[in-house]
Each structure stands twice: as structure tokens, then as C-alpha cells.
Design a protein around this ligand. Sequence first.
Ligand code: KG4
Ligand code: ZN
Length: 375
Amino acid sequence: MSVRILGIESSCDETAAAVVADGREILSSVVASQIDIHRKYGGVVPELASREHLRRIVPVVREALEQAGLRLQDVDAIGVTQGPGLVGSLLVGITYGKTLADTLGKPLVPVNHLEGHIHAVFLEAHKAGLAPELPAVGLIVSGGHTVLYEVQTKDVSRSDAGALWSYRRIGQTRDDAAGEAYDKVSKLLGLGYPGGPILDRLAAAADRAPAPVKFGPTKMKGNLFDFSFSGLKTAVLYHLRENPDYQAEIEKREAAIARGQRKFDQLLPLCSPKTLGLIREFQNAVVRDLAERTLKAAVEIGVPTVLVSGGVAANKQLRATFMERSRAAGLQVYFPSLALSTDNAAMIAAAAYPRLQNHILADLSLNASASLPIA
Ligand code: KG4
Ligand code: ZN
């Protein structure tokens, strides 16, 4: 009999529920995105996020069960994101998870959201019949995080889905997360929120447009594997200020976005070759930095595998660069599908499985933790 875990995720702006069997087999995964609500504010508004989670959590869980063909009492445990994230948002999932676990008499498994992102890579690999080899270097790169871990099984003789992992933080961003840099640069360019998906496509459309400015590698003292993206964002800001000719097209794009015209086909004609060249140069700098530091860490530590996860892992150029450079370095690199890269609950149910197997459970005193460290 398989072990079926209902996962619940509400740490930021997606209300999500999923059922995963034996830590690897996705039976259902439902994500209700709040992007349309936060878009007009240019970022996630915490109060609105918790209110929306409250509205969506019950139907989202119901849909996840329906899609899995299960009733609530059929699940073996409830896995819920404890942190890190927005406290008000986390509390909605935690409270609902506690209530379900208590009324059903099922175990409640607290999950770290970042550990979930790493499990997303294994869920995807499992679909292709693969199992990434540990130890690995894991990069979690999203709107809220840019962090590099060494991931290892606690018991090195185990490599199954029920094995607990340990983490050693190798590096992290000193300022903005990479996704945050995408979102901020997008805002500067009048391209709306979130910035990642549109900048990704516009960079690819830049063709041979020359870069109007060059962004060199970020130089930092101290830990070689730390990241920094706020200098790059400021460099874009200064470049735009020094070149007032960008202003007219920025205003046109802002007006288009205000009319709801935010699709790639609608925005591309409003971008000059100079703007496209700038976007491509920005993306080159972000991708180069993420790939170089991550792969260097893997080579230096001597691990065979690189795991890349989080919203920015959806970036096409990032994937291509990691693939190409890891091949050259003799490393295996794994990504989740686009749906599993961004926040979802399948990754939470997957991360709950080894914890359930090892009796790492919570009781009704479980509380949200905005900056929960990864164990
Ligand atoms: O993991 P996620 O859904 O939520 C957080 O935990 O932050 O990541 C969202 C972030 C946003 O900053 C968004 O701009 C970025 O991921 N993103 C991308 C792409 N798709 C989403 N960044 C670059 N390229 C993309 N294709
Ligand atoms: Zn996330």
C-alpha cells in the first residue's frame, strides 16, 4: 500500500494543494495563483495574500483530492509549509492543515519551503525514470530566495525517497534575490509584474541588437559563492537615467500594461532594439553569475550533481547555460518542469514523506516561521 500525503502550500502568493504517493508519484497538484491580484501593486501585498489564501484554501484542497480520486480520510498524512514565507499567508495553510490532521486523526508533517523546492527536482526526475545522485549542490533561485546548499543524505547508505537529507549553506544573496532583480528591472522598464517571464522572452527576441551598456561580473569580497543583484539593478537604473531617450517607450509600455496589454506579442512592438539589447545584457549578467558560482561550488566541493529550482529556474537561458556549462564540467544538472519550478504543493508533499517516515511530526502548537532555517 502506498503512502499518500496531502501537501498544503501557502507561504507566498500561490494557494496550492497536492497529493503525492510514496514521496515521488504526483497524484494531483493544484495551484491557485494570486498574480492578478498583486500585479497592479507591482509585488505581493501580504494582507491581500492572506485574505486570498483564506478564500481559496478549501476549494483548492478539495480539487486536489478530487483529481487524485481520493477522499480526505484516504490520505495518510498532511504535510504543510511551516516557513520561510509571509507569516499571515503561512498561518492560513498551517491552521487548515492542523484542523484537518486533528479532525481526521492523521499525522501533521511540518515542511520547510526551501526543502520543498529541492524535492521538486526529484519529482521531475522521477517522471523521467531518473534519480539525481547525492551529494549535490542545490541552487534555489526565486523571487524571495537565492541560496546555494550542499545537499546530502543523512544516512549515506540510503538513496530512496524516504531518506532524510542534510543541508550545508554554501552561499546566498547579500541583497536582492535574482527574481526580485527581474521584477525590479521589469518595473523600471515599464514591463509590469512579475518581470521574469516577460524579460526572458524579450531577451530571446533581442536577436543581434547590440548591448547599449555592458554589465561585467559582480565582484565581491569574502565568500566566492555569495550572490548580489542589487548593483546590477542600480546599474540599469543609472543607465536609464543617463539616457532619457528610453523614457517615451517606457511610458508607452506602462500605458499598455495599464490597459491590460501585457502579453509578449503586445509588448514586443513597444520595445526598441536598444531596450531589447539592454534586457539581454541584464539577463546575461544574471545567468552568468548564477551559473558560474553554482558550478564552481559543485566542482570545488567535488559533487557530481547540480539541482536548480525556484521560479527563476523557469528561465530558458538559465537552463541552456547550466546544461551547456555543466556538461563541460562533467556535472549532471537537473531542473523541475516549469509547473514544478514555481511554488506548488507537490514539492511540499514530497518533502513531507521522509519526515513522516522518520516520525518528524508536529502537533497543534505548530506555528508559522517567517525565516525557518533548513534543517
Ligand atoms: O518560486 P516563485 O514562484 O515564488 C517565490 O518563492 O518567489 O518565483 C517567482 C519569481 C518571480 O520573481 C519571477 O519574476 C521569477 O520567479 N520568474 C522568472 C521566470 N519565471 C518566473 N525569472 C526569470 N525568468 C523566468 N522565466
Ligand atoms: Zn518558493
